[in-house]
Design a protein around this ligand. Sequence first.
Ligand SMILES: Nc1ncnc2c1ncn2[C@@H]1O[C@H](COP(=O)(O)OP(=O)(O)O)[C@@H](O)[C@H]1O
Ligand SMILES: [Mg+2]
Length: 311
Amino acid sequence: MYEQTLYVWRSTKGETRLKRALILVNAYSKLISAINQPIRLKEEFDKLGVEVDIKKNSIDTAMIIEGEAVSFVEDYDFVIYLDKDKYTSSLLEKAGIRLFNRHEAIRVCDDKMDTHIRLAGHGISMPDTIGGLLCYNEEASIDEAMTRIELIEEKLGYPCIIKECYGSLGAKVYCADNREELLTRMEKVKLKSHLFQKMISSSRGRDVRVIVIGGKAICGMQRISKTDFRSNIELGGVAEPIELSKPFIEISEKVAHILDLDYCGIDILYGENGEPVVCEVNSNAFFGAMESVSGVNVAAKYAEYIYETIY
Ligand SMILES: Nc1ncnc2c1ncn2[C@@H]1O[C@H](COP(=O)(O)OP(=O)(O)O)[C@@H](O)[C@H]1O
Ligand SMILES: [Mg+2]
């Protein structure tokens, strides 16, 4: 039994040990937002008396030895997993480590089609969506998928959205205005996981990003682009403060609950009457822009939530 004080756990026998956490980040990412995220979290954990190490996720984080999941992450009370590598997250959990977010939540959010499938049937409004067909063969003609093209035209119409399932910052989200553009895009994405989606025209270039921590929608911002149908800040969208209305709060909290997310940033489109339509869920949403626009200390809220959960 350990009794806790600032920075240390103290056992009934008088032994003490530090409260320690590890933040694992992606080994390759050089994005400023990705570099700042763990530093801000560490700053906030410092104030709570938790010593935090930041390490790059590496091939020596975990592996399978003699049929057992073995983690080389030792002496940490929990791991904040700011990567999306599903193999390491799965192995770490199997080895008994509590991850924030959990492996399955990150895995489902990383794949946009999987996210929509998981949310289906829970009364969550989202754009009509069709999964892309699996194709292994570069030489294959997309004519093989012709019935699917007719379904896209009948159910989604033009303009329609095409997304690669793994992508962020708006980079792998496309729009087709007619069959020719659709076929050109299908040819380009046929070997990757992708989906087709109804374009929510009432939300063109405009959406709301909501941060949910521990089941509570804590802040939001509106993003508007004058030059692109995608509102991502990285593509020129401008963020502004917004007072979240009840329907936006309710849908965000419900989504986070269904996907079992400790932390997330949800992109929400405006339906025809301004109602929320869920676009995508980011398990590893950057919070830098949100902190400046909303004035909310997201890192502190997340650190406090994790602290309450663990200690
Ligand atoms: N179905 C849609 N209808 C209208 N706009 C969309 C739709 N899907 C995506 N968008 C726009 O494209 C942006 C990027 O799409 P999103 O699915 O969030 O991918 P990413 O992970 O790259 O941010 C959204 O923020 C939104 O502005
Ligand atoms: Mg997005």
